[in-house]
Design a protein around this ligand. Structure first.
Ligand code: SAM
Length: 283
């Protein structure tokens, strides 16, 4: 899951390593985004997992900071015996959970640093979904080879070309295949990334799609994250041949005290932080 306001702290070693010098709002194309995201997630992988690894678990499928688990939500349907692709898997905890319940899961991610953690956890748990390093906009899999694709905040928020990712996911799915993915809820974009009362003031237009970009001293992107409106997601899904089946906006559970970047109980009580799109390929 993302933490767009890197300036809010917790990413000092990645920022130091990458020479992050400031924040910009400007367009970033595919090539620059891939270079920035690979470098960012490589540099931040250790800190990310040190901070969030306990919450995410070794072989668990947690969709979002609200703590919604696949074992309770059943958004993927029956996965036993199904071929499932996890897109932007990070340390692949979801793919290991899928493996533990009988799915034939494959996990892919852009970052070798994240996949190194995935490999260590595969060995530690004995649950070993294959790990593949690739860009979600160019999936290295044959067409029509998966029953289900899923992603918990992987790849989609970090790639400029939604159409390319959705078209690739559609290509590797079998007819009537399911695609379920979680992203930051689009309405969060209008607020500052602050989990407290300061995060309740509107500072951005919902309609401004200019990405959030961190840059080094030369102006090259070191981190990039994209905003889309709900309508943008629906149009891109339909364009790739998907039918939207449900849009899940998990509520913040009572007594859940987690603070993860801009997510936390104070704002979680008032408005959604996560949007989970559940779609199927139109037949
Ligand atoms: C916030 S993590 C989500 C992973 C995992 N579900 C979790 O909650 O930790 C985002 C992941 O997306 C991956 N990612 C970013 N851009 C990508 C791309 N273009 N293709 C594939 N993966 C990408 C990153 O490397 C990172 O591992």
């Amino acid at each position: 899951m993302s933490d767009p306001d890197q300036a809010a702290g917790g990413h000092e070693s990645a920022e130091r390593l990458l020479g992050t010098a400031g924040v910009a709002r400007r367009p970033v194309g595919h090539a620059e985004a891939v270079v920035a995201s690979r470098a960012w997630w490589d540099a931040d992988a250790d800190d990310y997992l040190a901070e969030h690894g306990d919450f995410l678990g070794d072989a668990d499928f947690v969709w979002c900071p609200e703590g919604l688990r696949e074992q309770d939500a059943h958004l993927l349907g029956d996965v036993a015996g199904k071929r499932v692709l996890e897109v932007g898997c990070g340390a692949a905890m979801c793919a290991r959970w899928l493996t533990s319940v009988g799915a034939d899961a494959v996990a892919m991610d852009l970052s070798g640093g994240m996949l190194r953690h995935a490999d260590e956890a595969n060995r530690r748990t004995g649950l070993k979904p294959p790990l593949v390093q690739a860009d979600a906009a160019r999936l290295p899999f044959a067409s029509g080879t998966f029953d289900i694709a899923c992603s918990a905040f992987g790849a989609v928020p970090f790639t400029p070309d939604l159409d390319a990712v959705f078209t690739e996911v559609a290509r590797v799915l079998r007819p009537a295949g399911r695609w379920v993915f979680a992203v930051t809820h689009p309405m969060r974009w209008i607020f500052p990334d602050d989990p407290g009362p300061a995060g309740l003031r509107v500072i951005n237009s919902y309609f401004d799609r200019t990405p959030y970009v961190e840059i080094d001293a030369q102006g090259q992107a070191t981190y990039v994250e994209y905003h889309r409106t709900l309508g943008d997601y629906i149009r891109a899904l339909r364009g790739a041949g998907f039918v939207l089946d449900d849009l899940v906006e998990p509520e913040w559970p009572e007594g859940h005290e987690l603070v993860w970047g801009q997510w936390g109980p104070e704002r979680g009580e008032l408005f959604p932080g996560t949007a989970i799109f559940r779609c199927e390929l139109a037949t």
